[in-house]
Design a protein around this ligand. Structure first.
Ligand SMILES: [Zn+2]
Length: 425
């Protein structure tokens, strides 16, 4: 009884002295209504938002903390639906696979995670790596290393010679014959096994490469690479594990098969026809534009030897078409989920995508909503992420200007809080 009293007294003291954080926000973006509100106080306790009140409220307890964001525009932490957290573009990228150990990849990815977080992205969807991504997600969740909340596909699933075949371009004796365990499938049966293997390996969702891609060592960047039957098997199996499926696709035929097969997002979507845009709307599939990646590969392809020769014509052909397609898809009413493909370009530059989207015709507020409420909904986190609202997770960022007047301010996030912890101010 005595011990119980002691424990309850201790708990009571802790509860009384625990610190609340009061954020005095000059402007606050309500992502739900699409309005910019002024002079609000956001109270944070632990990893949650307690309340959002009018005016600048004074703290109740002497040890509560006040953060002055009166000159800033505050909004929920941003979500990028397409990054590769394990690595980054470099002319040595294709050799790295033969020289770097997983431990090397792990150290690099920890630095990338920190850089991503400090640029305002408090949640990311990682669309494919080697498995270090799963370990990194755990390390971040435990607080071992700073980084965004990670939802990962672990290893992307492709077909033999396809965009996610890890042995493309290798010497024949090194190629071997990778199968479902390595994420390479050639039948509906293989497809089921590859999804179940991802579940076993700790993935949160599934990524497939529905068509050829720009940066794989292969000739074609847009050919369909799965049968409809294989994609259906993947999506149906994924459903059993609560996974959604993201499909990389540049060509129109592969895109259509992916949509009909049951995927939730189309990544890139470069050569999307107006017929496919209608199909996207009908099946409630979202486009993840990755305009940043398209622009970056177009520039780098002009530098001799930056990419292997087989990649250059693909980059020059596909790269410049993404932004224009995005503009047409947006105007056609296709749902847009903010995503950049960071890793193909430098991590931390994710915020440039906002400007590219605005340039193509989307309003600044809609770009921010796509990076918050829309993405939270696709991740089934809409009751915890994407809004600055009571009982939501305290993922909150701020920029110096009002992004609805100057979208480039999204490239310079000056305050970052994730799970109630301030990482940048
Ligand atoms: Zn990608």
């Amino acid at each position: 009884m005595k011990t119980l009293l002691k424990i309850s007294l201790l708990f009571f003291t802790v509860a009384l002295t625990a610190q609340n954080t009061y954020l005095h926000c000059g402007k606050l973006i309500d992502t739900k209504s699409g309005k910019v509100l002024s002079e609000k106080t956001v109270v944070v306790f632990g990893n949650k938002i307690v309340s959002v009140d009018d005016g600048y409220i004074k703290p109740k307890n002497s040890d509560d903390k006040v953060v002055d964001l009166k000159s800033k525009t505050v909004m929920p932490g941003l979500i990028d639906m397409h990054i590769h957290i394990e690595g980054e573009t470099s002319p040595t990228r294709y050799i790295d696979g033969f020289t770097k150990n997983k431990a090397d990849v792990a150290f690099v990815s920890a630095e990338i995670a920190n850089r991503t977080l400090l640029s305002g992205f408090t949640t990311v969807r990682d669309l494919g790596g080697s498995g270090v991504n799963v370990a990194l997600r755990e390390a971040i969740a435990k607080g071992t290393v700073p980084g965004p909340r990670v939802f990962t596909a672990e290893k992307a699933i492709g077909t033999t010679g396809g965009h996610a075949d890890p042995t493309n371009g290798m010497r024949k004796d090194l190629m071997g014959d990778p199968g479902p365990a390595e994420g390479v499938v050639n039948s509906a049966e293989d497809a089921k096994k590859a999804v179940r293997q991802r579940y076993k390996n700790g993935a949160d969702l599934i990524k497939i490469t529905a068509t050829g891609g720009v940066l794989s060592v292969a000739k074609n960047g847009q050919n369909p690479q799965f049968t409809l039957e294989e994609i259906k098997a993947i999506c149906d199996t994924a459903k059993d594990y609560g996974f959604h499926v993201a499909a990389h696709a540049h060509g129109d035929e592969g895109m259509q098969r992916a949509i009909l097969g049951g995927v939730k997002t189309i990544e890139h979507g470069t050569l999307m026809s107006s017929e496919t845009m209608e199909l996207m709307k009908k099946h409630d599939v979202y486009l993840v534009p990755t305009i940043s990646a398209g622009k970056f590969v177009t520039e780098k392809a002009k530098i001799p030897n930056y990419y292997p020769a087989v990649i250059v014509p693909k980059a020059l052909d596909i790269g410049p078409k993404i932004q224009d397609m995005f503009g047409r898809a947006y105007k056609a009413g296709v749902g847009i989920a903010f995503g950049t493909d960071a890793g193909v370009f430098y991590h931390g530059d994710n915020g440039k995508e906002f400007g590219f989207m605005v340039e193509a015709g989307m309003s600044a507020m809609e770009t921010i909503q796509s990076a918050t409420t829309t993405n939270a909904m696709i991740l089934k986190m809409e009751n915890q992420l994407g809004q600055v609202k009571a009982n939501y997770l305290a993922d909150i960022i701020a920029v110096d200007a009002d992004p609805t007047k100057d979208i480039s301010t999204m490239e310079n996030v000056s305050f970052v809080m994730k799970d109630g912890v301030i990482y940048k101010k």
